[in-house]
Design a protein around this ligand. Structure first.
Ligand code: DGT
Ligand code: CA
Ligand code: ZN
Length: 648
């Protein structure tokens, strides 16, 4: 669970001075300045803390040396009062009378600071004039229209506050897979490096590659004698915003974005996606977000069991445990223990009788199963398939030889045809499908899509490039397609003659409001009409959902996939897209296996808007794996020649 950073004065985690780091001091001074603003304190006093914070944050000298030599006030920006506060904090580990300031400020007012665009001044005003001291109060007041008439507010800023609260609420829920993995892999690496940690591995939903992550679960192999030292090392990490609990071989913390070495790069987003997730406000929140993480330390010989247990899913674990029971065994995070030997013992004591397991494979083998890839552990038939030795050979990123749906400067992409092609060749791809937006697409009144004439010109250019590559013996080609808007009645953008000249048509819905206002029956009919169009090759991002942004429209996906299956049986190529943008991951992986079973070829499309975006196919591959797909189920795994033949 992501949470708003709680403001507490740091407690010393060291026995001797200096008790705090520069960064901790700078943060406290900055927080004090803000708390003083919320109290409308003397502006000079506020300025003193602000300057102090900024100075300390960029100070090159050692703070402790300055403090001991009594020369801190020589530093420009640090006055006497602040110098003495810092001296006390470093030397004694205490914070003067600041605790009272922290205690006196309602926590809700601090939480309100996280609402984009709402600063301390206006929070103070809301508090004074409407007695608002929580986000819930503020939300209610905005909905009643009580904020609008206030001085310096108005209807627009009232709406902006509501939008901000909505955005914040989404950040208190789950994080998208790409973000969760960034945090998870960074934290895993840091824990693994601690002395006494034999190995550490990310488990939970992140390891199962769920499309969103609630919290991070790390399992670490640590000898019992080292647990205390490892716990302390984790607690001393600089990127921890808050410690939620420690003890009993388990540490729960809230990680800050600072754990990510490189700044979070959101890449070039589809303009529609960007608006749906909250625009500029969103970028700021994403890069200052937090996420909860648990580290569980276990003796090395039980590591595999703990890893398997905390990888989940819960439903998979329950199924596995039942299988163990049927075999007279007890399966838990400590072992796979013959019931007859365990008797009344529990936990690690019972586990001394466990069957041995060096790794997860051993555990599955003890139960007569093949090892189950984590992506499949959702209790959707994988246990039976593992027993029957019929698990799929899941697709891997290196199996892909191309993709079909990518944008260039002709619509809202930022890279040219040549640049996109070069990036695809760097990935050892044999083909790259270009599918720029069609003429209908407007965002904010501005036409994003390409006119038919320009689209056809792009086709000329592509043919020219393809000839050059063919003549040079290069096994690479661009496929000329378009992402044609599906209009509300299910017809496709551009006239048929234009569409006929393309290698492929990715048909997608972009007018979400219209579709979301309709029911499942109407939407399914319209989608089916779109795919029945002879020029339609691929159904793009089939529900229009934006993860953590907006729900897709209602549609009977099973019915749509059945119809697509029929058309494929009649010899027409109708493929369904797994849009690999981590903001979409649409088709939802839960429908992927159904598509395969209906005989619908699936394609993974990065929907790239720049060259780096092509790498997003990785996320699509994770979803295809969750959907049990093998290379043969995916159009991406055909060779360039095969695809050329198929689409001509
Ligand atoms: P999340 O954090 O909501 O994205 O999803 P998970 O799957 O990471 O769930 P989490 O963090 O609550 O727990 C991690 C794993 O621990 C979970 O996948 C399976 C295991 N686990 C947790 N609670 C239970 C339980 O009550 N029974 C069983 N059998 N396993 C559990
Ligand atoms: Ca979790
Ligand atoms: Zn699109």
């Amino acid at each position: 669970m992501v949470s708003i950073k709680a403001w507490v004065l740091p407690k010393s985690r060291r026995e001797q001075a200096p008790h705090f780091s520069k960064a901790q001091i700078a943060t406290v001074l900055e927080q004090v300045a803000t708390l003083l603003k919320l109290k409308d304190a003397n502006p000079f006093r506020i300025r003193a803390y602000e300057n102090g914070s900024r100075t300390i944050a960029s100070l090159e000298q050692d703070l402790w040396e300055l403090s001991q030599s009594g020369t801190m006030t020589d530093v420009k920006g640090i006055g006497k009062g602040i110098a003495s506060l810092i001296g006390e904090a470093l030397g004694e580990g205490t914070w003067g009378d600041l605790q009272k300031l922290y205690d006196d400020t309602p926590q809700g007012m601090i939480e309100m600071l996280a609402i984009p665009g709402l600063g301390p001044k206006r929070i103070k005003q809301l508090h004074d004039e409407l007695s608002i001291d929580s986000i819930a109060d503020l939300s209610a007041a905005c909905n009643e229209g009580a904020v609008e008439p206030l001085d310096r507010f108005g209807a627009k800023s009232q709406q902006k506050i509501l939008d901000g609260i909505d955005l914040l609420a989404r950040f208190q829920g789950r994080r998208r897979l790409n973000v969760g993995l960034l945090y998870g892999e960074a934290f895993e690496a840091m824990v693994a490096k601690i002395d006494g940690v034999e190995h550490a591995q990310l488990a939970g939903s992140a390891r199962r590659r769920r499309e969103t992550i609630g919290d991070l679960d790390i399992v670490a192999a640590v000898k019992p004698d080292d647990v205390e030292a490892v716990t302390n090392a984790i607690l001393a990490m600089p990127d921890i915003a808050e410690v939620k609990g420690a003890g009993d071989s388990k540490v729960s913390v809230i990680l800050e974005a600072s754990i990510l070495e490189r700044d979070m790069d959101l890449g070039t987003l589809d303009s529609g996606v960007f608006q749906a997730i909250g625009g500029d406000d969103y970028s700021g929140m994403e890069s200052s977000g937090t996420i909860e993480a648990q580290v569980r330390m276990v003796p090395p010989h039980v590591f595999a069991f703990t890893l398997a247990y905390f990888t989940g899913s819960k439903e998979h674990n329950i199924h596995m445990r039942q299988l163990a029971i049927d075999n007279g065994l007890r399966l838990n995070e400590f072992g796979l223990i013959p019931e007859i030997k365990a008797g009344d013992l529990t936990g690690l004591e019972a586990a001394q009788y466990s069957l041995p397991a060096k790794n997860e494979e051993d555990i599955y083998h003890h139960l007569g199963l093949d090892w189950v890839p984590p992506e499949l552990r959702e209790d959707m038939g994988e246990v039976d398939a593992a027993k029957a030795k019929s698990l799929p050979r899941l697709v891997m990123p290196t199996d892909l030889k191309g993709s079909f749906h990518n944008h260039t400067t002709l619509s809202d992409g930022v890279a040219t045809l040549e640049q996109m092609a070069a990036a695809a060749m760097d990935m050892d791809w044999q083909f790259l499908g270009i599918a720029d937006h069609s003429q209908m697409l407007n965002i904010g009144g501005r036409q994003i899509g390409a006119d038919a004439e320009d689209l056809l010109q792009q086709g000329e250019k592509i043919r020219g490039l393809n000839e050059v590559w063919a003549d040079g013996g290069k096994n690479f080609r661009l496929l000329h397609g378009a992402e044609c808007d599906i209009l509300s009645d299910g017809s496709l953008d551009y006239d048929e003659e234009t569409r006929m000249q393309l290698n492929h048509v990715v048909a997608s819905v972009h007018q979400l409001p219209t579709w979301r206002a309709r029911d499942e029956v109407e939407n399914s009919e319209a989608l089916i009409k779109a795919i029945e169009d002879p020029t339609c090759t691929i159904l793009g991002h089939p529900t229009g959902r934006i993860l953590q942004g907006r729900d897709g429209f209602d549609v009977d996906m099973h019915a749509v996939l059945r119809r697509m299956g029929e058309l494929n049986a009649e010899g027409e190529l109708k493929s369904i897209e797994i849009n690999a943008s981590p903001y979409r991951l649409d088709l939802d992986w839960r429908f992927v296996r159904y598509a395969r079973d209906q005989g619908v070829p699936v394609c993974i499309n990065p929907d790239a808007h720049d060259t780096a975006g092509l790498r997003d196919v990785w996320f699509g591959v994770q979803m295809a794996r969750k959907g049990w797909l093998e290379p043969k189920d995916l159009l991406n795994c055909y060779t360039g020649e095969e695809i050329e033949a198929l689409l001509s």
